[in-house]
Design a protein. Sequence first.
Length: 724
Amino acid sequence: MWNTAGDDDDDFQIPPSSSQLSIRKPLHPTISHRPPRKKPRLSPNPGKENIPPAPEFTSDTCFSSGSHALGSILPSSSSTPDCIPSSVDCSSAGDSCSLAAEVGNDGVLVGGEEKKGECFKANREGYSRNSMEARLLSKSRVSLRLEDEEEDECCFVESDSELDVLIKLCSEPEGSNSGGGKDDSIQCPLCETDISGLSEEERHVHTNNCLDTQAPEQGSLKSSCFIEESVDDPVQHPELVSDLSPVLKWVRSLGLAKYEDVFLREEIDWDTLQSLTEEDLLSIGITSLGPRKKIANALSALREEACASSAEPQAQSLSNVTERQRERSTTRKASEPRKPTANKLITEFFPGQATDGIRKLPKEPVAEKSAADSGCRRAAVRRNGNNGKSKVVPQWNCVPGTPFRVDAFKYLTRDCCHWFLTHFHLDHYQGLTKSFSHGKIYCSLITAKLVNMKIGIPWERLQVLHLNQKVNIAGVDVTCFDANHCPGSIMIRFEPANGKAVLHTGDFRYSEEMLNLLTGSPISSLVLDTTYCNPQYDFPKQEAVIQFVVEAIQAEAFNPKTLFLIGSYTIGKERLFLEVARVLREKIYINPAKLKLLECLGFSKEDMRWFTVKEEESHIHVVPLWTLASFKRLKHIANRYTNRYSLIVAFSPTGWTSGKSKKKSPGRRLQQGTIIRYEVPYSEHSSFTELKEFVQQVSPEVIIPSVNNDGPDSAAAMVSMLLT
DNA sequence: GCGATCAGGT
DNA sequence: CACACCTGATCGC
């Protein structure tokens, strides 16, 4: 694993790294191999469970039980073989060539037969086409395709979540209460005329007419949903714009017209405006200091003004507005349920839950305060939400039962002096600067080195945690494990005195080995990396994707004037390009800064030999991921190398590749002229299936998602999906 | 001038 | 979608 380094103070090499990736020989399970799990796959649809991903060929079995050490991706016994074109089995050759060819199922690449020939040419080291990996890939592709069929079911699960049911319920107009069947009569929400006989378009015309003529009476609308909708869509309902316009005018008068939207979205009326604090402004999205101060100052001036004369002309002119607002809010209360609006706290869907403590259901984990949390994260505090308290630390940055914080440097407070950092990615260490003086930072050795080197945190502030070793910090037993995310990434188990253990996954990619390590006290709360917590994200094992990339490179390499580009983050994806180097037996170019960084990651000397900072020594270059994002940038690179290279083949490894389109394919190939870009689903987060497996195994009482998205992917919805 | 922070982009 | 990061603008010391 990445962090095996941490096991040994003096030597932070990544063992067992001596092995060479040999994709060309049949593989054997390694010593550490565990038999594939026999337990039934979790499936939202039991009837379809007979479509497992071919157990005998899962990467877990072919490779060494899902291990993570670079070297152990494949058995160490097989140094790169000098085999053996003569042993090639033609039928399977078709298989593996078609891997590359099929990538191009969008079209362009590689017709079958010719390309096969090219494959052989490119196959400098030769290899047994009948390899397990080739079978693994074709197999997994089949199973993936089959799994696509399950997808609908998964989506159904999602849409059937508690949240969704509520949303559906809420979005039904009152008029359509009784079933809303299509035979029911449809009334205009304004004049209540039966408009069933009209076409949909005609109905729109009708209601729009009513709107135009009846606008002043909108307060009498029956459906509060409609009112809310109007606010959401002021363009369609101009009368409401004028409702809010004093606020908007005021904002405009400050020269901050760009924030009008914010006030509109938050439905801030004149009264509310005057009670806004600076915190509120921050929370509704006015994050720039300047504008915020400006508004705050203007507000205090406004308040003073209001105090000075309680019946000022300005207030007078606005009274009708505020009255209307009040009226609206009372109407609202009286006619629930109401339609959810974009700016509604998810908490509101779960009355009581937000303020309740941990809600425990027998055997079923729940999303703890998930609702409140999702609101807190994006807009730290919402209007009227926090009684003026400052920055709210999101739930997932806290460790229940302890005063500790995890990846919470954006929320530095003086009441905490134990700060954990799970890994060195910007979104987790953001806020951490070298002037940090809030106590100790606990992290893995690799992360500590990076934090020290890149941010300048002095070593005195850093406390290295070694993998799988329990230590006691402020009375809490703390153990960390390899998170299999990026080098140095850890998951942390906290065992506070109250007996309720907390597992914080940080960002992680599931592996079965984690479960071996996680034995011990049962986990009460699980803070879970839910990046891909949606059934639509199901991607192959990393090993399979590496395999795919290697084969694609081989297939494309018939042209000696080809430049290969592999995308990478500051840290992450190393495994991918290191394996490519090993397999192709070619050095990989990285820039000096990257080399310095890689030197912190504990690679062995042998591994480091695969890297070079001399551009001319390699035609495989590691570049930042975003330079591959657009063909425009790629063309720019191509222009730089017109003399040396006639073809560019780029690999863009990201889990999002397996989004809505091209689901679960091991990669796809895009081409523009002499530039080819492969998008490969190489993910360093757990797939949905893996998340389910993990949650199932850990079986916590409470799940706290570390989510970035809200809406239908709310915490509650996610938890419900995980449990389905 | 520099570091920190934010907005907007890929 | 928004991974994890970049660039450029702005702010404060």
